[in-house]
Structures are given as C-alpha cells and as structure tokens.
Design a protein around this ligand. Structure first.
Ligand SMILES: Cc1cc2nc3c(=O)[nH]c(=O)nc-3n(C[C@H](O)[C@H](O)[C@H](O)COP(=O)(O)OP(=O)(O)OC[C@H]3O[C@@H](n4cnc5c(N)ncnc54)[C@H](O)[C@@H]3O)c2cc1C
Length: 473
C-alpha cells in the first residue's frame, strides 16, 4: 500500500451537492480542502447526462425555497456564478379529462372535483380542524396522517392523500405524520403567504384570515402557517424553479464558483476514517491515505459504521434511518404532446402516484429539435422484482397518457434513493455532529427540514454553524 500523506484542513467524503457545497463554503472560509468522490464524476444525485440526444437529469427536480431559503443564502454568500432559474410552474393531478391544478386554498379544495364532493367536504373540515388545533397548540402532530383522516372516504381520496404523503415524506400516509403534511416538509414554505386564507370563512362572522393574523402575531407561528400549504403548492411564483440548461447547470454553478485551492479527486472511495483517540485525523482509500484536522462525511450516514468505529447506541440509532427507493423513467418523445403542454409537475393519476415533469419545456435544448423529454418517478418496493416494478410503472404511464407509446423513441431507467433519509414518524436524522470529535456530517440524512437540494443546503448551513460554535471557523 502506498501512503501519500497530505496535510489538509478539511477532507470531504462525497462529491454530491452536499459535499460540493461544503467544499465551496469551507474553502471560502480559508480552509485547504480535499474532496474525495468514489464515482468517476462529481454530482451524485444532482447531475445531467446525455442519452440518445436527450439530456436527462438524475430524476425530475424542482429546486425549492429559492426566494429566501438555505440555497439562496449559500448562493448569495458563496457563489461566484449563478445558475439561471426558470419559474417552476404548477402542480397538477391528471384524470381521464386532463390536468387539474392542485388547489391552493381550502376554498378551492372544496371545488376540486377530482375527488367526490362528500370527501372534499370531509377533508377540508379535517384540514380546518388540524389547522385550528395547531394554532391553539392542541394538535397531536406526531400521529400518522392516516389516523387523522375522517373515516369512510373513497378509495380515490385515500389514494390521493397517499400520493401527497409519498410526495412529502417518501412514505405512505401511515408512516407520514400530520406535522409533516402541515408544516414539516417546508417544501413551499417561503412561497405561500397567509393571503391564501383570505376569504376562507370559518363560521358566519369569523374569518380565518383575522383569526390567523391575530394568532400569528401572538405566537409567531408565521413560519409554520405559511407552510400549511402542503396541499397548496400552486402559489409558488419564483420560489420554486428549474435551472435553465438542466440540473447540471446548478452543479456547474457550484463547480465554477469553487476556488482553485480545492482539490477534487474522483474515483476515490473512502474505506476508512482514521482516528486517534477520540479525534478524526484523516481518511484512507484503497490506495492512499490523507491526513486532516477535520473530516466532513456526506455519504449515507447509515453506512458510516462500516468506515469508522462508533458507539453501539449510536450505531443502533443509525440503523433506524428509513429510506425510499425510486424508479425514474425518462421518455424521449418524437414530437411534443399536447398532454405535456405545461411547466411544473403532475403528482397523481387515479390508480397510482407518480411525479412527472416535462423538463424540455423549460429549455428546448434539452431535447433534439421538435422533440420532448418527460421524466416520471415512482416510489418502488425494493422487495419486489425490478422488472415487474418497471412494467407496472410503464402500464400506469400508458393508462394516464393514452397514445404515448407511439411517441416514445427513447426510454431510460434510473433506480435511485432520492433522499438519504425519509421523513417518517419514527425515522432518525443524525444531525451534524458525530460521536467522533472533528468528524462532521452533512447531507439529506442529517437534517429533516424541507427536501432534496434545499435540505442538503440546510445541512451545510448547520455544519458551518456547528464549526463556528466549535471555534473551527
Ligand atoms: C428521482 C429523484 C427526484 C428528486 N427530486 C428532487 C427535487 O425535486 N428537488 C430537490 O431539491 N431534490 C430532489 N431530489 C433529491 C436531490 O437530488 C438530493 O437530495 C441531493 O442531490 C442529495 O445530495 P447529497 O450530496 O446529500 O447526496 P448524494 O447526491 O447521494 O451524494 C453523495 C455522494 O457521496 C459519494 N460517496 C458516498 N460514500 C462515499 C465514500 N465512502 N467515498 C467517496 N465518496 C462517497 C457518492 O458517490 C455521492 O456522489 C431528487 C432525487 C431523485 C433521485
């Protein structure tokens, strides 16, 4: 074994968006950084690549919280190059009749005729009740959404609520808490203001708006309330967006902003984190070892026990981290289809949940001239045979968009774990500090706020905060 001992202030394990943002920020704080990525390219789940002339992303992505969220903070403070964002659009459900926007307030929900009228009334009452209980601190938010639902709803309605739960937590409504649906995910938290409650009448003479405005100032609940719109994803304005040029434009903005002092090595899998006493002192790959004062790990925290000695109670906690497996099917279409004449995403079709996005509508250069690229993502069961999951998913697409099979000229499958931890009722999040001194964690299994890239950005901000507290920065 060859030992090329090197001195770094910080070694970052993993070159996904969390690792790259960590490298960018820490180097801009004057640290000498080495980043090691096991794959042959950086980016992890945040990248794009070509398949038969179509530029597919690593899954359909909406970049959220852009107005004042964590990624915005990182971009404003550390980026030299900015990605150009295109307004995201709307969220829809698809029925045989076409697309219907997901309602953006309780009033619209009542007229959301995709679901039976009786169910809509029962659901809006349940929402109103949950919101009122939340305002008065009487809500048991940890109970599963399923338990909170009124009894006797139709299968379609359960199916719809389940789709929303999967969308927000990666798990079913039996594993997703009421809190997560009401405000936990913060998926669109900075994008919807309390004006959505205007003209929602509670009872004759009492308006929600006045009740809420009153309570807001009293209990400073504004942050929570604006995110009540888990079922109200349509007033998103510029808060959610897609990067023009595809997801890799976001990655490139981070890479172009990276100071030259950061060393990035791909094809370098870290096999162990080296320790001395209680301190992390570096890392080793199969061929080399590197010394550093600090190690930041951004791979699966669940896999951390494989590369460093940890206390058994901590290892036990890590084993409870819950994950979801997803299947994305990218379809390159010969021609543009009227069914996909929108920007945004569709999150449900009667009979099944998926998340679909026609990404070439944001930037025509993503598909060859006159053609269209659409991605469909499904949550799949890892216990099932992958081929049968693919077949089931394709059948649902054909059912939702009749005639699509004649238009397909490119099919590309991706099987991924979108978040390193799903936000379930008993799911564990590791936080940024580990039991090993000078070993910090970042990534989507360390912070439960929001999701995806936004959550990755939160995790990096948390890590910076902890390092400041520990007088490292
Ligand atoms: C289908 C799909 C849809 C999604 N939709 C959205 C969305 O709409 N909005 C959104 O914001 N996000 C979305 N996401 C999630 C988002 O892409 C991820 O949350 C984000 O990219 C995770 O970044 P990360 O750096 O934390 O993890 P990763 O991307 O997993 O990066 C970790 C990196 O560490 C490397 N690594 C691990 N272990 C080692 C080791 N021992 N040595 C060296 N390297 C190692 C891995 O190879 C990897 O490159 C979606 C993801 C998928 C798959």
């Amino acid at each position: 074994m060859k030992y090329a001992m090197a001195e770094y202030d910080v070694i970052i394990v993993g070159g996904g968006i969390s690792g790259l943002l960590s490298a960018l920020t820490l180097s801009k704080h004057g640290k000498k950084v080495l980043l090691l990525e096991k794959d042959n390219a950086v980016g992890g789940n945040c990248n794009s690549y070509m398949v038969d002339g179509f530029q597919v992303d690593t899954g359909p992505h909406a970049i959220t919280h852009l107005r004042e969220g964590p990624l915005r903070r990182l971009m404003d403070e550390y980026f030299t190059y900015m990605p150009f964002f295109v307004d995201y659009g709307h969220y829809y459900v698809r029925t045989e009749k076409g697309l219907t926007k997901i309602p953006s307030n309780i009033k619209d929900f009542v007229t959301f005729d995709v679901l039976p009228r009786k169910d809509r009334l029962m659901l809006s009452q349940a929402l109103t009740k949950a919101l009122t209980q939340m305002i008065f601190g009487m809500l048991d938010g940890e109970q599963p959404v399923y338990n909170y639902l009124p009894k006797g709803l139709s299968d379609d309605t359960y199916d719809f609520v389940n789709a929303i739960a999967y969308f927000l937590s990666g798990k079913s409504m039996k594993d997703t808490s009421v809190n997560r649906v009401l405000y936990g995910s913060s998926f669109v938290r900075d994008s919807v203001s309390e004006d959505i409650f205007e003209d929602v009448e509670m009872a004759p003479g009492t308006s929600y708006a006045s009740l809420i405005t009153d309570k807001l100032s009293k209990y400073q609940l504004k942050g929570h309330l604006t995110s009540f719109s888990r079922l109200a994803t349509n007033k998103v304005a510029y808060a959610q967006a897609y990067p023009r040029g595809g997801l890799r434009s976001l990655l490139n903005a981070v890479l172009y902003s990276m100071p030259e002092t950061v060393q990035i090595k791909t094809g370098s899998k870290v096999c162990s984190i080296l320790t001395e006493g209680e301190n992390a002192i570096g890392v080793a790959t199969d061929t080399d070892s590197y010394s550093s004062n600090i190690v930041v790990y951004t791979g699966f925290v669940k896999s951390l026990p494989r590369i460093v000695q940890l206390p058994s109670d901590y290892v036990k906690k890590l084993s409870t981290i819950d994950q979801t497996l997803s299947l994305t099917i990218w379809l390159g279409l010969k021609e543009k289809m009227k069914e996909f004449d929108y920007t945004g995403s569709e999150v449900w079709f009667r009979g099944g949940a998926y998340w679909a996005m026609p990404i070439s509508n944001y930037d025509a250069s993503i598909a060859p001239k006159g053609k269209q690229l659409v991605g469909f993502t499904f949550v799949i069961d890892e216990k099932n045979d992958l081929e049968s999951e693919k077949k089931k998913a394709m059948e649902l697409i054909m059912k939702a968009v009749p005639g699509i099979e004649k238009m397909i000229e490119m099919t590309h499958y991706q099987v991924t774990i979108p978040e390193k931890a799903a936000v379930t009722i008993n799911g564990y999040f590791a936080g940024t500090r580990s039991p090993v001194r000078n070993l910090y964690l970042a990534g989507t299994d360390t912070d439960s706020r929001s999701m995806g890239v936004t959550r990755a950005a939160y995790s990096v901000l948390e890590m910076l905060k902890a390092m400041k507290e520990d007088k490292i920065l």
